[in-house]
Design a protein around this ligand. Structure first.
Ligand code: MUC
Ligand code: MG
Length: 378
């Protein structure tokens, strides 16, 4: 099954509301959609970035350029079914560039699974779960709006775990905002916070205890990703779960966090880790060290959401569930039908590959190289 062509498409999809993080406010999400072609079939993958090269080191423009220029030439002509060799070639094709490698790898797994009439989860040995608890992120930047949004999610039985984004402004104001949310949803939903590296150690030490007293269950990446020792010190001073996200992208990062006892939960993201293989290594390190897992996201469309879900469904110890809610935040999706989100969980789709199909009309509408006015006239 020779890889014949690798196509990369830049896509921008507006969000339903501004999504406010410590380092950026997202009004439209940016993607690179990858199609890997062989024998009349193609597999799909996706890299989503948040705020350009701000959450991580890569922008969608750089991802596309590096796939086109450096990664695709290494893979053209290779046998897609030899997934371990493909992973090796991908790792050697470029230094770093985890998101770019992951998007291509996802598409190749999807292609191979489709050709074998299997799901990606089956290709990896089969799922252990078919539904995973699904968190939602409250990040409108406005307390009343967040309460209203959370109430709606509970009423519709969509989400009962809320992650609150903090770290952008005055920490005292952020903490007061989170405490109001914790009080509003006490006994009905769990509250977690994601600081996205926005605090220094002293700020975290000062503010974690009122958050813990308010019932907040988990704190995600309070400190810059390099401050592993600081995370370890914080972990000894709080009963909240301390989760590493930006700090744990590779298996080496995972080992460093285990050695330093710097986290008790790892957030997994297929793109930050350069693909399925390295993400599974991180999950294995967590399992070996007795740590919990969480299925993170980068606000993917249905393409990346389904790809992540295929892997997460194969992993035990997803104690904190996942946050694969990306499609719900977007004005529109570019797949015909994303994985079902109901009864507080996301459900593994039936079907081959990742179980979702591209909606080519919508992809054409949102692709960056197609003028919207020309589209409207067509
Ligand atoms: C992150 O750091 O976890 C994922 C969901 C969300 O709301 O923000 C992102 C990034
Ligand atoms: Mg995070």
């Amino acid at each position: 099954m020779k890889i014949e062509r690798i196509e990369t498409i830049l896509v921008d999809v507006p969000t339903r509301r501004p999504h406010k993080l410590a380092f950026a406010t997202v009004q439209a999400q940016n993607y690179v959609v990858v199609k890997v072609h062989s024998g009349g079939l193609f597999g799909i993958g996706e890299a989503a970035t948040i705020g350009g090269p701000r959450w991580g080191d890569e922008s969608t423009e750089a991802i596309k350029a590096n796939i086109d220029q450096y990664i695709a030439p290494v893979l053209i002509g290779e046998d897609a079914t030899q997934l371990n060799l493909i992973e090796q070639r991908l790792a050697r094709s470029v230094a770093g560039n985890a998101f770019a490698r992951a998007a291509v790898g996802m598409a190749i797994y999807d292609l191979v699974a489709r050709s074998k009439q299997q799901s990606v989860a089956e290709l990896m040995g089969g799922p252990v779960e078919r539904a995973i608890e699904l968190a939602w992120t409250l990040a409108s930047g406005d307390t009343a709006r967040d309460v209203e949004e959370g109430e709606e999610m509970l009423r519709r039985r969509l989400h009962r775990h809320f992650k609150v984004k903090v770290g952008a402004g005055d920490p005292a104001r952020d903490v007061a905002h989170v405490i109001k949310l914790a009080e509003a949803f006490a006994g009905r939903a769990t509250i977690r916070i994601d600081v996205n590296q926005g605090w220094d150690e002293h700020t975290a030490r000062r503010f974690l205890s009122p958050l813990e007293q308010a019932g907040v269950a988990l704190v995600e990446q309070p400190l810059p990703r390099w401050n592993v020792a600081g995370m370890a010190r914080l972990k000894t001073s709080t009963a909240m779960s301390v989760m590493a996200d930006e700090g744990v992208a590779s298996s080496h990062d995972a080992i460093a966090h285990v050695q330093a006892a710097a986290a008790d939960t790892f957030a997994l993201k297929v793109t930050k880790s350069g693909g399925y293989a390295e993400t599974r290594r991180i999950a294995a390190i967590a399992a070996g060290a007795g740590l919990a897992l969480y299925g993170g996201c980068m606000l993917e469309t249905g393409i990346g959401t389904a790809a992540y879900l295929q892997l997460f469904a194969t992993l035990p110890s997803m104690k904190w569930g996942c946050e694969l809610f990306g499609p719900r935040l977007l004005e529109n999706d570019i797949v015909t039908s994303p994985p079902a989100m109901k009864d507080f969980a996301i459900h593994l789709p039936d079907g081959y590959g990742t179980g979702v199909e591209i909606d080519e009309d919508k992809l054409n509408f949102y692709r960056r190289d197609r003028s919207r006015s020309a589209q409207a006239k067509a």
